[in-house]
Ligand binder design. Structure first.
Ligand code: PHE
Length: 448
């Protein structure tokens, strides 16, 4: 048993939890789905969900971790009343983190490749850019595996350092760096005419563009982007000092995450509108449309491309760390493994499955790794979005809302929130969040 858990500093926790939340979801996925679903109205739904459900669930997840002080399984077990210890199995929601990593790390690998391209030369026409991306995506498994391996190794090295010397230190350096780059890019983009168009696109809602699929996507994305339901935030919160204010920390993380998504969106759309791209290009938006625009700007463009992809890599890696840590902590706490051994085996596991994920989209290897219409890549991503994360979210809401003693929950929050905010929050956890999650999962399964 590893009883001597190192604690985060307050800033260390907020930056690390922000690092967990801010990821590819913010810089890659948010802009492209906003583009696909038509802008303003979609952004509104996303913002409302974060406010009404997302932030509440984030705080609830923090309460379990902070009170339990242990790995997810032990925390659920500890906080469940005597006859309901079966709830400890809910703690296995951390497995989702490794499932996510099997494709998340692959996408981080693509970003490494684009960092390399900003030196080696970016594609200059849309046709070239498509070809570059298609070649990587479908035809270069070994290149992808190599980059995937670099990402796995980076995460493993940080995890070996533990909470203080690994996770906290990395985030204390990388998150300010990420903010600095994004604010710099934003300042640059405000000089464009395209900036005004980007503002209008993102903030002037046109509700005729909103359909049920867009709503599901917005709600689902608000979970993904806040890292809810897989134990990342819970595990970080387990290393919080005693008197931390979870209310403030939760709001801060939700705020930072939203802010960074909005900045990333504004930057990307400003470039697009300024240089004549269209916003609805889907997942290829940052890998196909943007590089061509950057290439048009000559040397300055290469520098911008470099810092942009660096920022994206940083966002991805700091999330990746939080996706694996819950598993490592479980193996240490419950099975008594040394951290080294825990990091080695969990990294190896998702590395190997990640290789299969890469092969599942590569010509020549696809067939045995395709199930029905879906490649292993799509299948895993789909199961995370529409099943595993909603499941984790609902378990957390039910546990904090109905299973944990109200006094314990109050003890963590009441003093900081005050009576009324607490009541609203508790209502949201007991009623709004579970219903919304069920609705989301049900509809998502019927739409795809
Ligand atoms: N929130 C991260 C992102 O936006 C992804 C993530 C999900 C990280 C769940 C940790 C836990 O990319």
């Amino acid at each position: 048993m590893n009883q001597e858990v190192a604690k985060f500093s307050r800033l260390g926790f907020v930056l690390s939890a922000t690092g967990a939340a801010v990821g590819l979801g913010n810089i890659w996925k948010f802009p492209y789905i906003t583009g696909v679903y038509g802008g303003g109205a979609f952004v509104m739904v996303y913002l409302v969900t974060i406010l009404l459900i997302g932030a509440s669930l984030l705080i609830a997840e923090m309460v379990i971790g902070k009170r339990g002080q242990k790995d997810c399984v032990s925390s659920f077990e500890e906080l469940a009343p005597p006859r309901r210890k079966g709830w400890k199995y809910a703690g296995f929601l951390f497995v989702t983190g490794l499932v996510i990593m099997t494709f998340y790390s692959v996408v981080i690998g693509w970003i490494f490749y684009y960092i390399y391209l900003s030196f080696a030369g970016l594609p200059t026409t849309i046709e070239d850019a498509k070809e570059v991306f298609d070649n990587l995506y479908g035809h270069a498994p070994f290149l992808q595996i190599s980059f995937h391996l670099i990402s796995v190794l980076f995460v493993a090295v940080v995890l070996l350092g533990g909470i203080k010397k690994g996770i906290e230190k990395t985030n204390l350096i990388l998150i300010p760096f990420l903010l600095f780059i994004l604010l710099g890019l934003l300042a640059y983009a405000t000089g464009f005419d395209g900036f005004g168009k980007a503002l209008a696109f993102m903030f002037a809602p046109d509700f005729s563009k909103l359909n049920s699929e867009a709503i599901i996507r917005a709600v689902g994305h608000s979970f993904f982007t806040l890292s809810i339901g897989i134990g990342s935030i819970m595990t970080y919160a387990a290393a919080l000092p005693k008197h931390s204010n979870l209310y403030k920390a939760g709001l801060m993380v939700a705020f930072m995450d939203t802010l960074i998504a909005l900045i990333a969106g504004l930057v990307i759309f400003s470039f697009l509108f300024e240089f004549g791209g269209t916003p609805d290009k889907g997942p290829g938006l940052v890998f196909v449309s943007l590089p061509v625009i950057f290439a048009k700007l000559g040397t300055a463009g290469s520098v911008i491309a470099l810092v942009f992809f660096l920022a994206m890599a940083v966002a991805g890696l700091t999330s990746a760390i939080s996706l694996v840590e819950p598993t490592v902590m479980y193996l240490e706490d419950r099975l008594g493994w040394l951290r080294k051994k825990a990091v080695f085996w969990s990294s190896l596991l998702y590395f190997v499955i990640g290789v299969l994920v890469i092969l599942s989209i590569s010509d020549g290897f696809k067939a045995p790794l395709t199930f029905g219409e879906k490649s292993l890549f799509d299948l895993l991503e789909f199961s995370v979005d529409s099943f595993l994360m909603p499941l984790g979210g609902i378990l957390i809401a039910l546990f904090v809302g109905y299973v944990m003693k109200r006094e314990i929950v109050e003890g963590e929050l009441l003093g900081h929130m005050g009576k009324w905010v607490f009541r609203i929050w508790y209502f949201s956890i007991r009623y709004i969040a579970p219903v919304a999650v069920l609705f989301l999962a049900y509809t998502a399964l019927n739409v795809e």
